[in-house]
Ligand binder design. Structure first.
Ligand code: FMN
Length: 347
């Protein structure tokens, strides 16, 4: 209600200014406990008990400024980042565009972030404040744009973040760091994952891999095989797309990754492809254009154990996660599933 009143004013600001103001307001909010473990919606992935399957996708809280405030909106988990070893400014502004008529976003932020040191300090301070009551915080890791050895950057980030994160996401699917997505190629991917898994050491923090939707069938087979061989804990499908389905907004021609409603069908199709390639041998997390309980439920029936949202928050407001949680329960009941786990991959 409040959001629908404020939305026209928020939409007068450019995307990045609106986002900064949102973060500033959230920094004033008290830390919230995560939603209570719901017996119907609870889901175990990689040994972690997720109270609900709806997570906040990375990019919203890149620097771990407000993860604890986000639990109050019904998120079962929050993924911060992408964080790189060194702080970096990202691309020149403007670099974030709302495509209102398309319910979409185009961004070419370029891994702007405060760097590992500052983020570690915030995560430690957050843990001190919330202790065992903290919700699940995953850390999405990346490489610096100017790094001469990107694989070494991922290994460094793993070493630094594994002791603090409930899970790590290796992000090699951002379209905004030139050459990054080449790490999805079979040879490079195997070397990268070896380095990450070795850097994780005895800690055994679960490792997820986040993929682009712009992959060919052969890539999907290779990636799935390597991920299973190496013992990765989950695949996240997907990041933003560099493809451009028919769009109406005046910002449609901006360079960068497209997210939101126009990504929905592509991300759903890629999830189906990864499910087919893996046959359920590795958990999947569905992301991209999810804006309702029906969207989330379709991903779950296709094989996702968890889902994440970001762009739809811009259009639907902060009540979205709680609304999806409620809607999922109703859909499960309608179809005769006692738990969410029973519905995973039902199609
Ligand atoms: C402004 C913006 C920044 C993003 N930054 C990151 C990022 O740093 N790391 C990452 O893995 N994904 C990032 N993403 C991608 C989202 O996490 C998500 O995969 C994508 O937007 C698709 O989901 P959605 O349609 O619900 O937004 C970003 C997305 C947006 C819109």
């Amino acid at each position: 209600m409040l959001f629908s009143l404020a939305r026209p004013a928020i939409f007068l600001l450019d995307g990045e200014t609106a986002h900064r103001l949102t973060l500033a307001a959230l920094r004033l909010a008290p830390a919230s406990a995560p939603p209570a473990l719901d017996p119907v919606l609870a889901m175990q992935v990689a040994g972690i008990d997720f109270p609900t399957p709806v997570g906040l996708a990375p990019g919203f809280d890149k620097n771990a400024e407000v993860p604890h405030a986000m639990f109050g909106f019904g998120f079962g988990f929050v993924e911060i980042g992408t964080v790189t070893p060194l702080p970096q400014a990202g691309n020149p502004r403007p670099r974030l565009f709302r495509l209102v008529e398309d319910k979409a976003v185009i961004n070419r932020m370029g891994f702007n972030n405060d760097g590992a040191g500052a983020v570690v300090e915030r995560l430690v301070a957050g843990q001190k404040r919330t202790g065992a009551k903290s919700g699940i915080i995953g850390v999405n890791i990346g490489a610096n744009k100017d790094s001469e050895d990107r694989i070494a950057d991922y290994a460094t980030m793993t070493r630094v973040m594994a002791p603090l994160a409930r899970y790590l996401t290796v992000n090699i699917s951002s379209p905004n760091t030139p050459g990054l997505r080449a790490l999805q190629d079979a040879g490079a991917l195997a070397a990268l994952l070896d380095a990450v898994l070795e850097a994780r050491g005895a800690n055994r923090c679960p490792v997820f891999l986040k993929l682009a939707p712009d992959l060919e069938a052969a890539d999907i087979d290779d990636i799935t095989r390597i991920a299973i061989d190496k013992g990765l804990d989950a695949l996240i499908v997907s990041n933003t797309t560099i493809s451009r389905p028919a769009l109406r907004s005046r910002h449609a021609g901006e360079a960068g990754g497209l997210s939101g409603a126009p990504l929905r069908d592509l991300a759903q199709q890629r999830l189906r492809d990864f499910r087919q390639a893996s046959g359920g041998a590795i958990p999947l997390i569905g992301v991209g254009g999810i804006a309702s309980a029906a969207d989330a439920y379709a991903r779950i029936r296709t094989g996702a154990s968890l889902v994440q949202v970001y762009s739809a928050l811009v259009y639907e407001g902060p009540g979205l996660a709680a609304q999806i949680n409620r809607g999922l329960k109703a859909l499960l009941k309608r179809d005769g599933f006692a738990t969410l786990a029973e519905a995973v991959g039902a199609d």
